[in-house]
Design a protein around this ligand. Sequence first.
Ligand code: FAQ
Length: 311
Amino acid sequence: LVTQDDIRFQERIDAEDKIEPRDWMPDGYRRTLVRQIAQHAHSEIVGMLPEGNWITRAPSLRRKVALLAKVQDEGGHGLYLYSAAETLGVSRDELVEQLLAGKAKYSSIFNYPTLTWADIGAIGWLVDGAAIMNQVPLCRCSYGPYARAMVRVCREESFHQRQGYELMLALANGTAEQKRMAQDSLNRWWWPSLMMFGPSDDQSAHSAQNMAWKIKRFSNDDLRQRFVDATVPQAEFLGLTIPDPDLRLNAETGHYDFGAIDWTEFNEILKGNGPCNRERLEARRKAWDEGAWVREAATAHAAKRAQREMK
Ligand code: FAQ
């Protein structure tokens, strides 16, 4: 049933008005935003784990400092996004609970292991590269708090992407063994990075409505194509080979054609059966349990301060 409120809401969207927390919005709009922003926040928090794995083993002080800063940024993005979700009437506790109970989704990409130091380069280059491609249009999302949060997040992700590409460049120009490591990590991260953009358009349940509401500005397949077009020349500059025998520049379209994505692998990961799904959730649960004393201390401190202010 379409009401007058729905019609007026769509007119505001079409006029490029930003929707703010206290404005009327359809329940479906609120629900899909909570879903997307929460999944995005969880991705940032779980996304700290694969790279965190290498902080203690970074090969130099300079690399360690950069990686520490990057992982810290991701924690910041997660908290920032939980706050954006809270403006829609859910609490951070609820969202964290859903994550720890295994009921919430987060990006498929963070369920792969980081086996070598080169994976830190590949994550920055490809995973942050894909994240930027997807998130720059979100700076124009119709929901104000999410759009504004994305501006800072995208600036920081750009730094992350450069950090990763520069690392890959150092390895690709290094010894034969270093170059092999870089190629091996490209081989393992390429296809999962393409899956980050989500199912193909004809399989994407939320796309049509989210495009009409201007939450999404481009479809999953459009963004995936843009990512391939931008990344292939970067791989060529590194002297590395993209692991796709079907990849070729299509002279007619000006875009790269690429091979079929293994959607079975993607769907298995979404069901919780990826290589690291269990390990990631266990790490988050452990961090939550071991952080209980911090939450208790902060609550006690806040209560004490409130009491002092009342006097
Ligand atoms: N993994 O109908 P659609 C980062 C789900 S970047 C897992 O197409 P939609 C930075 C989807 O949620 C990564 N699930 O859905 C970083 C839906 O599930 P539901 C995070 C996926 O929303 C870098 C179902 O499949 N970025 O963290 C995936 O229209 C390095 C149907 O899909 C964002 O979250 C996937 N790859 O489009 C951190 C960006 N793809 O809820 C550390 C914001 C789809 O029906 C290190 N999100 N699904 O059960 C979005 O732009 C959108 O939500 C999409 C999906 C494009 C991800």
